[in-house]
Each structure stands twice: as structure tokens, then as C-alpha cells.
Design a protein around this ligand. Structure first.
Ligand SMILES: Nc1ncnc2c1ncn2[C@@H]1O[C@H](COP(=O)(O)OP(=O)(O)OP(=O)(O)O)[C@@H](O)[C@H]1O
Ligand SMILES: [Mg+2]
Length: 512
């Protein structure tokens, strides 16, 4: 292999008493794809942030092409042709794609039209499909991710760092991205990719470097690696990866969705005659290519979207009344006594407020319950501390702003808060996105526990193996329609795959 593009030597970085990186060495060559692997909070993002000028190391040296460099701002990194695509998007919502991409660039007087054209060329060259004039707030998570990637390419990155880029991409989009990365590798560029998905590491990388608890464990050639070798390097011991699925007990119909239709802002019908029942004491999985209506469906149930047709009925176990949630706001739904918890796909957008600490984020959910004009902090504090303990959230304390937590730990806080609200319906969209293997299994076990407590769990997942292992029934959606409802114990991956791509599916099958 050619020369090292970047060498890190003895990098140490602490935040208060948390040592995020301790004496880390790392080498990335020109023309290679290096994967970085490690559990949540092991220091991957921190290390990359020091290469991209966001943090400055406490100790250690960084060399680019053999020369020591001083990277003390993102601008320094950009001058060294280092581009980073962050785990949490750094885009301005009210701007469109083009404006976001040229933001902060010295492009003279901001000739937006000319920039848009140049950006379109970059997109065409690499095969990215985005509307450069679309506003960020109108974009799906994966479109936002694409803008970030195009932005780095547009700025001429030679060394491209991608922090969990595939977490928000469909398998097809991931393949497209991987093709781009391979093209860049052929051009002699260096790519560092962080992902928790071992099969992706094995597929795309040339070498893998592993971090554990802030320390550098080692690097191996991908050709000599397999999943169990990598897991053991990451965790430090062999671990078993099993989901224990119990038989549903005492199930009753909790949430009945009947013929739901929904149109988006552009007038496009995104939910078509959707019908299904979520039962207490079972996990209903939702499978589908991302963007098939999963998000809109959950948002409709939560009262965040106004459906145009159909009904959403809730059987209240306390009063035995049936409530119709159609046309109700989230607040009205709550006031009806519906105990609905929702872990949305976009956790820092809709779920949590990054600038607020963990305690305040607990209060976001509970403050309206209080009768007093004074905000009650004691209970949220105890809750925050319980979640930190139970879910092993890596954080200095409960007063740490959520945005300072590692990506996986942010996710644990959100899931913990939603479960703590003792819901009767728990909807979780991709709850293990960005979680390491251990934490993912922790979440699956939590969902199982909720099911055993009689909660109707709705789990939107992307990993078909997990859906099949975890769920009692699996609802498959395609193009906003239900294409099938399959028994989880009998489901086959191929069958789900077919249902997921059943283009002209006839709508609205009921599961009864
Ligand atoms: N700005 C900050 N202030 C305080 N602590 C921080 C800050 N940034 C990171 N940390 C802490 O440093 C440790 C390493 O975090 P980092 O984000 O690098 O982990 P990671 O390996 O990227 O994890 P994940 O897979 O969950 O994204 C964590 O304990 C995190 O809470
Ligand atoms: Mg990270």
C-alpha cells in the first residue's frame, strides 16, 4: 500500500474526568478504506473530531503525508482537504441543499445559481439523487445525510471521514454509497468509515481499527477478519447474541388502525388504506424499505399528522372505552388517557433537545402532568439517574447536555425515557440505529420486557433477521400500503423481501 495519508500518534483527549481517547495511534493510507469499530462511547467520534478540527487533542501528534500538522479549526481541516460527515447532521433547516453546501465557503458573492449547477454536477458524477433546491426541513433523514456527503465531496475532500453514514440509509442507498467510496478509493483518496454493522465493515473496508473504552486495541486486515473476531476485539470477550422471544399472553386489541389515508404537503398520498391491529402483550414489527410510509404511519398514530380518511381506535384498558384518535392533537390524545410512547426516527430532531441536559429532557415529557406552577425537578432527576444506571448510559452525570453524549448513548436516553412513561402502546422507529451490538440486544430485551408487561409494542426495524427473531407478527409496507402481515415465527427473509418490493400492491389487508 502507498504512503500514509494520516498518522495519529499518542492522541489523548479528556472531557472533565472522562478520558474519551487515551494514547491512540492510527494510520490511514492513501487509497484505502479504513473502518473504525468500537462500542458506544469508545471514542470513535471524538477521535475523528480531532482530525476534522472540532476538538483539539490534549496530547499527541497528527501527521498528514508525513508532515506534522496543527488542526485547530474545521477550516484548517478543510484546507488539508479533510472532510467529515457527522453522526448528527450539521445543516441549517430553513436553508435548501445548495445554500447549506456553500455555507461557509469562500465562493465570492454566493452565486447560488452557479453553485447549484456545480453541485448538481457533483451529484450526477457520483449518482446522488437529491433536489438541490429542497429545504432541509422538508427532507427525510436519508436525504439530509446525502446533502452532508455531497457537501464534503463538493468541498474537494481527499480524506473523507464518515461517522455512521449508513445508519440512516436503506440497503440500496448504502450500496450506492459504497460504490461512491470505491470510486474514491480508486482515485487514491483515503476513507475512514465508522459503522456498527459488522457485515458492512467486512464488505467495504480494507482494514479495521478497533477502539475499546478510549484505547486503541489494534488493526487487522479485513480479509483476515470475521464477525466473531471483530466482536471479541471490540468487547474484550466472546459474547452471545440471542433474542429470547416469549409466547404472547392475554393479548387484547389495543390499537386498531382502519383504512387510514394520508397525504403529504405536496398532495402525494403517502398512506393508502392502511389497516392493522396492535395487540397488548405482543411485538408487532413493521418491515419495509425506508420511506415506505413507516414514519408517517407512526406520526399519524401519535397525532402528528392529520389523516384524511380512516380511523385510529384505542381501547383504553382502564376505562374499557374505545377512543377515536383521528383529528386529535398529541395533547388531546394524552388527555384522553392514552398512554402512548414514541421513539421517533429522528431522535435529536423530534425526540430530544440536544442543548438541554438529560434531566430537562426527561421533563419534556412529564412537565405538563404537574399541577403546580413550579416545575418539579426531583422526579425527572431520579428518572434520569435510573435510566443512566439501568441502560449503562456513558455520561459524566445527569446534568450533561444530551448533545455531548455519544450517538448510541443519546438513543439510550430517549428509549429509556419513553419506556419509563409506562406506556400501553410503545412505538419505536429504528430504536437500535447507531447502537453497538451489546446495546442493541439490551434494547431488544427491553422491548421484550415491555411486551411481557402487556404493552402493545410496535417496532419499526430494518434488519430482517432481527424482525424475524424478535416480533410476533410482522406488518410489511410498500409504497404506503400494507402488502402483508406475517407470523414472525414462520416468516422467511425472502418472503419479507418480496412483500417489501411488491410494487403495485393492492391495499389495506386486515390481519383478522
Ligand atoms: N463534548 C463532550 N463533552 C463531554 N463528554 C464528551 C464530549 N464528547 C464526547 N464525550 C464523551 O466521550 C466519550 C466518547 O464519546 P464518542 O462520542 O467519541 O463515542 P463513540 O465511540 O463515537 O460512540 P457512539 O458509537 O455511541 O457514537 C463518551 O463517554 C462521551 O460521553
Ligand atoms: Mg460516535
Amino acid at each position: 500500500m502507498a504512503n500514509p495519508a494520516i498518522e495519529l500518534k499518542g492522541i489523548t483527549k479528556a472531557f472533565g474526568h472522562i478520558i474519551a481517547n487515551e494514547n491512540v495511534d492510527l494510520t490511514v493510507f492513501r487509497g484505502e478504506i479504513l473502518a473504525i469499530l468500537g462500542e458506544n462511547g469508545s471514542g470513535k467520534t471524538t477521535l475523528m473530531n480531532m482530525i476534522s478540527g472540532i476538538y483539539y487533542p490534549d496530547e499527541g501528534h497528527i501527521f498528514i503525508d508525513g508532515k506534522e500538522v496543527n488542526i485547530s479549526s474545521p477550516k484548517d481541516a478543510l484546507d488539508l482537504k479533510i472532510g467529515m460527515i457527522h453522526q448528527h447532521f450539521k445543516l441549517v433547516d430553513v436553508f435548501n441543499a445548495t445554500e447549506n453546501i456553500v455555507l461557509g465557503l469562500d465562493e465570492g458573492k454566493y452565486d447560488i445559481k452557479a453553485s447549484a449547477k456545480k453541485i448538481q454536477e457533483t451529484c450526477d458524477r457520483y449518482g446522488f439523487e437529491i433536489d438541490v433546491n429542497k429545504k432541509i426541513y422538508e427532507m427525510s433523514v436519508s436525504e439530509k445525510q446525502t446533502v452532508e456527503i455531497v457537501k464534503a465531496l463538493y468541498k474537494g475532500a481527499d480524506i473523507l471521514i464518515l461517522d455512521e453514514p449508513t445508519a440512516v440509509l436503506t440497503p440500496q442507498e448504502t450500496q450506492k454509497l459504497f460504490n461512491v467510496l470505491r470510486k474514491m478509493r480508486e482515485d487514491g483518496k483515503s476513507i475512514i468509515i465508522i459503522t456498527h454493522k459488522l457485515h458492512e465493515v467486512l464488505e467495504i473496508s480494507d482494514r479495521v481499527s478497533v477502539l475499546r473504552k478510549g484505547k486503541y486495541i489494534g488493526t487487522i486486515n479485513t480479509a483476515e477478519a470475521n464477525e466473531s473476531i471483530l466482536t471479541e476485539m471490540m468487547v474484550g470477550e466472546k459474547i452471545s447474541l440471542d433474542i429470547e422471544r416469549s409466547e404472547p399472553k392475554d393479548t387484547t386489541d389495543r390499537l386498531i388502525v382502519k383504512g387510514v389515508d394520508l397525504y403529504n404537503k405536496e398532495g402525494v398520498q403517502v398512506l393508502k388504506d392502511i389497516s392493522f391491529t396492535a395487540k397488548s402483550g405482543e411485538i408487532l414489527g413493521i418491515a419495509g424499505i425506508s420511506g415506505s410510509g413507516q414514519r408517517e404511519l407512526l406520526e399519524s398514530i401519535a397525532g402528528l399528522q392529520k389523516i384524511s380518511g380512516g380511523e385510529i381506535l384505542y381501547n383504553n384498558p382502564k376505562t374499557n372505552e374505545t377512543e377515536n384518535l383521528k383529528d386529535k392533537t398529541p395533547m388531546q390524545i394524552r388527555n384522553l388517557g392514552v398512554r402512548l410512547s414514541f421513539v421517533p426516527e429522528d431522535r435529536l430532531g423530534m425526540g430530544l433537545v440536544g442543548n438541554m441536559d438529560i434531566i430537562d429532557n426527561m421533563m419534556l415529557r412529564s412537565y405538563r402532568k404537574g399541577k403546580s406552577v413550579f416545575v418539579e425537578r426531583k422526579q425527572p432527576k431520579a428518572l434520569a439517574e435510573k435510566i443512566i444506571e439501568d441502560l449503562q448510559v456513558v455520561t459524566p452525570d445527569a446534568k450533561t447536555p444530551v448533545r455531548r453524549l455519544s450517538g448510541g448513548n443519546v438513543q439510550k436516553v430517549l428509549v429509556g425515557r419513553e419506556i419509563a412513561a409506562s406506556p400501553t402502546v410503545l412505538m419505536a422507529a429504528y430504536p437500535v440505529r447507531g447502537l453497538d451490538i451489546n446495546s442493541s440486544y439490551m434494547i431488544y430485551n427491553l422491548l421484550n420486557e415491555q411486551k411481557e408487561n402487556g404493552v402493545a409494542v410496535i417496532f419499526v426495524g430494518e434488519d430482517l433477521d432481527v424482525l424475524i427473531e424478535l416480533c410476533d407478527r410482522i406488518l410489511v409496507v410498500c409504497g404506503g400500503r400494507v402488502t402483508g402481515i406475517v407470523n414472525g415465527r414462520e416468516a422467511k427473509k425472502e418472503e419479507l423481501g418480496l412483500l417489501m418490493t411488491k410494487g403495485n400492491a393492492k391495499g389495506g389487508k386486515s390481519d383478522e
